[in-house]
Design a protein around this ligand. Structure first.
Ligand SMILES: NC(=O)c1ccc[n+]([C@@H]2O[C@H](COP(=O)([O-])OP(=O)(O)OC[C@H]3O[C@@H](n4cnc5c(N)ncnc54)[C@H](OP(=O)(O)O)[C@@H]3O)[C@@H](O)[C@H]2O)c1
Length: 321
């Protein structure tokens, strides 16, 4: 079948490991289902996979794509949940020590067909296109869990999103404004800050700018480049929710400020099937649709990967089949 895959790990030149070609048709184990993929979106995780981060060398070649939307054999339209873990034992499958995301152990969604456990498909809401639905399973689910499960924020409080134009960042802005938060955003260019304002951000700032007042919670996916600013921007007793470290994980922890200001630092990882169902319903109730900056056929995946690597994002990058 057609697939977009990583041939081998390449830490220095990830795009050199990207292949658009053919992979064997998948087998469907008992209790799993085959989804004919109509759309899949690109996540930073796919660039990490091409670099060999978070995946064992013997797992290559690996079909990329952590999320997607498509059609089952019986014609039902579905959204894929990309976390494969045991919810029956842990309640929350993201806490299963053996949980994996698609593309870490099991093949991903950038292909004609993806095979997942039957519990890992949810009905696609009628109001969302396949391309829009394909944004929900990773970046949007991560933003939903960061905001509603992990941050402890209440409507009316102020949140700062580090980064304006990325998949998780645009989802945080859309969800935060819809939920009644005061949403502040940092962005690296005027164009990116304008996008955040179009999505409803109440104020935007250049990356690293001193804020007019401290915020109740900061949402971090950037890491080293923004960590110091995040620590300085949160109120005493406030929270920093972290789900990524695009610019590097080795930030200065600033432990003195951490204990003196009683800052809570909270990790967040993807989300559960229940949270994905909640996200889809929240978006339906509020009429929220993900922002798609680039939509390309899967055959032109290399162009989309190049955009993400260059930081040229304006919402999600989606590939259709
Ligand atoms: N833990 C999880 O479950 C989970 C799930 C999804 C994503 N993630 C992580 O979250 C991160 C973002 O993923 P994504 O898919 O949203 O990526 P993306 O669409 O490529 O977005 C990248 C974001 O990072 C910001 N950024 C990058 N480098 C920066 C720098 N040096 N200074 C300031 N801002 C910078 C960009 O801000 P501008 O708009 O200003 O360019 C943009 O908002 C990745 O590290 C990814 O691995 C984690």
């Amino acid at each position: 079948m057609f697939a977009v895959y990583a041939a081998e790990p390449n830490p220095d030149a990830p795009l050199d490991a990207l292949r658009v070609g053919e992979r064997p048709d998948p087998e469907v184990p008992d209790g799993w289902v085959a989804v004919s993929v109509r759309a899949a979106s690109l996540n930073m995780h796919d660039l990490w996979t091409l670099r060999g981060v978070g995946i064992k060398p013997d797992q290559f070649p690996m079909i990329l794509g952590c999320d997607g939307a498509g059609v089952l054999g019986d014609g039902s339209e579905v959204v894929v949940h990309g976390v494969v873990g045991d919810a029956s034992v842990y309640g929350d499958e993201t806490l299963d020590p053996k949980r994996t995301l698609l593309t870490e152990k099991y093949q991903g969604t950038l292909a004609d067909t993806v095979v997942v456990p039957a519990r890992n498909v949810l009905p696609k809401p009628d109001g969302l296109s396949f391309a829009e639905a394909a944004c929900m399973g990773t970046a949007w689910l991560t933003a939903y869990r960061m905001l509603f499960t992990r941050s402890g924020l209440r409507p009316g409080q102020t949140m700062l999103v580090q980064g304006a134009s990325g998949g998780v960042a645009t989802a945080l802005v859309a969800l935060g404004t819809a939920a009644g938060m005061r949403v502040w955003v940092t962005g690296r260019t005027e164009e990116k800050r304008a996008l955040a304002e179009e999505l409803g951000a109440h104020r935007t700032f250049e990356s690293g700018t001193r804020l007019p007042e401290r915020v109740d919670a900061v949402f971090e996916t950037v890491g080293k480049a923004t960590w110091g600013h995040s620590m300085r921007s949160v109120k005493p007793g406030g929270t920093i929710v972290v789900s990524g470290s695009t610019s590097g994980p080795d930030a200065n922890a600033d432990l003195q400020r951490l204990f003196f200001m009683q800052i809570r630092v909270v990790g967040s990882m993807m989300g559960t099937r229940d949270e994905l169902a909640g996200l889809l319903e929240f978006c339906r109730l509020r009429g929220i649709r993900p922002t798609i900056g680039t939509e390309l056929p899967m055959t032109e995946a290399a162009e989309g990967f190049g955009q993400m690597l260059a930081g040229e994002t304006a919402g999600k990058i989606v590939f259709t089949r």
